[in-house]
Design a protein around this ligand. Structure first.
Ligand code: ATP
Ligand SMILES: O=c1ccn([C@@H]2O[C@H](COP(=O)(O)O)[C@@H](O)[C@H]2O)c(=O)[nH]1
Length: 338
């Protein structure tokens, strides 16, 4: 989550310093069956709010000293996004260290490998073993084409030619799929396909991958696997396969090199049998899995502040909270649910 960021500021403020648009939070508190949730006890509590400052202000909140209730946290955060940020920012900058363990990262992994290297096969294993949500950009595009979308013909032509679909189309599909899913661990397969995809995704979502899986496999082996796949895909023919290899070498390899220069690439020998490849995958995932397994299984919520969508979730008592800016979006289809 927001790993591309930039700077953290933790602000401690008494609850009553925060100006809400209305007082319904207190009304809510009085209505709560939980005695700690009444208005007077809330006003005595202290809240630490963490902001991430970037190109735009992306709020990330973590709460300390709050004996919170889940309804309160949810309502508080929704209100806080809507309230005047400037009022809070002018007060009480405490320390950057406070952030520490309290910010729980939104885990994102990319699997970026040649066509036919076996990334789809391994992603299925990773989902079963480590509980990630697997989003295959290619599958999302194929489903979009099948749905009769206005982009259907364009997508079909691009896939047939092995070309890369414009970033805005693919990113919108990925964002929608992430928003529709409660998981906090996503494995995005076959994306970003080129530098433009990568830069657009990071700029829109402000999310960077934790690491990038790279399945090393020769063209000869990949070609043999694709020709033997037998799933009726329009691009599993020798002409399209060769075009895909060319696009991969010219456009996708530079993305892998970019992530490699940032120390994020985990290279795996993908020419071995499926089970052996998965053993290597497991050794890459296990340390990360250990690190994040304490994370909350609370459901994700979504809300919008101005033109930005925020994905957030709360776990009360143990102070687990995550917030992720999903970027500028007009998503009228979900606005009614908020
Ligand atoms: N390690 C392996 N050894 C032998 N065959 C494999 C291995 N991994 C995958 N395959 C087979 O190779 C074919 C391609 O695998 P898969 O669909 O996982 O590739 P992919 O990288 O996701 O391809 P694409 O980019 O075209 O979606 C499948 O038929 C799969 O069963
Ligand atoms: O981010 C993406 C992912 C895929 N495409 C197009 O889809 C095909 C098939 O992708 P697979 O990952 O192999 O299933 C690919 O050749 C591209 O044409 C895309 O444009 N952008």
């Amino acid at each position: 989550m927001t790993k591309a960021c930039i700077e953290y500021f933790a602000l401690s403020c008494p609850y009553d310093m925060i100006q809400f648009d209305d007082h319904s939070i207190l009304d809510h508190g009085q209505a709560s069956p939980d005695s700690e949730a009444n208005g007077s006890s809330l006003s005595e509590k202290k809240v630490t709010v963490v902001f991430v400052l970037g190109e735009c202000l992306v709020p990330v909140y973590s709460l300390t000293s709050v004996n919170n209730q889940s309804w309160f946290m949810g309502y508080f955060l929704a209100q806080l996004i809507l309230c005047s940020m400037s009022k809070i920012l002018t007060d009480n900058i405490v320390s950057k260290e406070l952030v520490g363990e309290l910010i729980v990262k939104f885990v994102l992994l990319f699997s970026l490998c040649g066509p036919g290297s076996g990334k789809g096969t391994q992603c299925t294993n990773i989902v079963e073993h480590f509980g990630y949500t697997h989003l295959s950009a290619g599958d999302l595009l194929r489903a979009e084409k099948e749905s009769g979308s206005e982009n259907g013909t364009m997508i079909q032509n691009m896939i047939k030619e092995g070309k890369i679909v414009p970033s805005e189309v693919t990113i919108k599909l990925l964002q929608r799929a992430m928003q529709a899913n409660n998981n906090d661990k996503f494995l995005i397969d076959g994306f970003p396909r080129n530098e433009e995809n990568r830069a657009a995704f990071e700029s829109v979502t402000r999310i960077e991958p934790e690491f990038v899986l790279f399945f090393d496999c020769s063209e000869e082996v990949m070609e043999r696997r694709l020709l033997g796949r037998n799933q009726g895909r329009a691009d599993d023919n020798i002409d399209t396969i060769r075009k895909r290899f060319k696009v991969y070498m010219e456009s996708t390899l530079p993305v892998i090199e970019y992530y490699n220069s940032k120390g994020k690439v985990r290279k795996i020998d993908a020419e071995k049998p499926v089970e052996e490849v998965f053993e290597a995958v497991k050794s890459v995932f296990t340390p990360l899995h250990e690190k994040v397994k304490h994370r909350s299984n609370a459901p994700w919520n979504i809300s919008r502040y101005r033109d930005r969508w925020f994905l957030w979730r709360i776990k009360s008592r143990q102070v687990v909270y995550q917030c992720c800016c999903l970027g500028v979006a007009t998503l009228p289809e979900i606005s009614n649910q908020i």
